[in-house]
Design a binder for this molecule. Structure first.
Ligand SMILES: [Zn+2]
Length: 240
């Protein structure tokens, strides 16, 4: 199992805001301590995360309901929360089996459907004392709105698709075309990291969004690399 950190944020909320849409009927869910939920309950989210609707079958009736939402989730790397930290004051007290059991509550297929996965290291003391203000929410919001405007224009002729996250496979091919260098880079990365076909489409959508934020018409190598860096949990090392 790979090195883990104190807190793992599965989705970077800022980019998801751009990504999942600002339509009124969109809902957001924040699931903290994700492995504390029943695995069977978490697995139910696989269909709506993929298709944005959920099918309920009872007797002879089958009904589809819209279920488009933004999932934000967070989890610790182990039950005690200190696995992977290099902090002698708070060593991890879990056994390898406990760590494995905890991590494997999140299945690979569920993780596959999460667009952006980030590992977040414990904040060092010097940074806690840092008085320099970071980028303000107002400035971030401007960047988000600008990228959203690009996407609104891109999908202005579509009734169902309003942002990059909603693209179907055909649209991904159309709007996320790669030049030969980017294609080679992605192919190499996919095989080296053991990423799935589902992750492939998600990497392209995230790369397209990063390019939109930077105002680039075409996806470039750095956008692909950044998008791949957000797949940190579903590589070969994941326990599920
Ligand atoms: Zn632990």
């Amino acid at each position: 199992m790979k090195k883990s950190f104190a807190k793992i944020g599965l989705i970077l909320a800022f980019i998801c805001l751009i990504f999942t849409g600002l339509l009124k009927w969109h809902k957001s869910f924040l699931l903290d301590e994700l492995p504390e939920y029943k695995r069977s309950a978490l697995e139910v989210m696989r269909q709506p995360l993929e298709d944005r609707h959920i099918t309920v079958a009872r007797n002879k009736e089958t009904v589809d309901y819209p279920a488009s939402f933004m999932l934000v989730a967070a989890m610790n790397p182990c039950p005690c929360g200190h696995y992977g930290e290099n902090n002698p004051a708070h060593p991890c007290t879990c056994t390898p089996a406990q760590v494995h059991r905890y991590m494997s509550k999140i299945s690979g297929p569920l993780l596959d459907r999460i667009d952006i996965q980030c590992e977040i290291e414990a904040v060092p003391y010097e940074q806690l004392r840092d008085t320099q203000p970071g980028e303000s929410s107002a400035v971030m919001r401007e960047r988000v709105l600008k990228a959203r405007a690009v996407q609104n224009e891109r999908f202005k002729h579509s009734r169902l698709v309003h942002c990059n996250a909603m693209m179907n496979a055909k649209m991904v091919r159309q709007y996320c075309a790669l030049d030969a260098d980017c294609d080679k880079l992605l192919e190499f990365s996919m095989s080296m990291l053991g990423l799935s076909a589902r992750a492939y489409d998600r990497i392209l959508k995230v790369a397209r969004t990063i390019a939109d934020i930077e105002g680039c018409d075409n996806i470039q190598k750095q956008h692909i690399l950044e998008a791949i860096s957000y797949r940190s949990l579903d590589r070969n090392s994941w326990a599920g």
